[in-house]
Design a protein around this ligand. Structure first.
Ligand code: ZN
Length: 123
């Protein structure tokens, strides 16, 4: 199955929201919904003393500090089951020079057999 991968960061959140709500861009809408559910899940885990979520690219735990950015996986064929997943990315990883390679390695681990057409940003 082919997926698209987007990054939502403090640098493009405004453009992503504009695309989602003003231009009705489906990938942007799904990405923001996935980010929202990831943040709710993080809160649920904190409130229930469950193990915190981990950064997509390192062992940093989103316990006291929330993610700085998000990696969102969107199926390229929206008519297939649209399972959109957002993973948190910590501040240190967002500043890595090899972030794209680290993300792709992580994506291949999370979705064995998945094929990623690109690592892009929303707008
Ligand atoms: Zn990290």
């Amino acid at each position: 199955m082919i997926h698209e991968f987007y990054m939502v960061t403090p640098l493009n959140i405004e453009a992503a929201m504009k695309a989602a709500f003003e231009e009705r861009d489906q990938s942007a809408r799904l990405s923001l919904i996935a980010v929202d559910s990831m943040l709710k899940e993080r809160r649920r885990r904190r409130e229930n003393s469950l193990p915190p979520m981990r950064c997509m690219c390192c062992d940093f735990l989103f316990d006291a500090r929330p993610p700085t950015g998000f990696g969102v996986v969107v199926p390229a064929f929206p008519d297939a089951q649209p399972i959109v997943v957002a993973h948190g990315i910590c501040l240190d990883c967002l500043q890595r020079d090899d972030l794209e390679q680290a993300l792709l390695a992580s994506l291949h681990e999370l979705f064995p057999g998945g094929s990623f057409s690109r690592v892009g940003t929303l707008q």
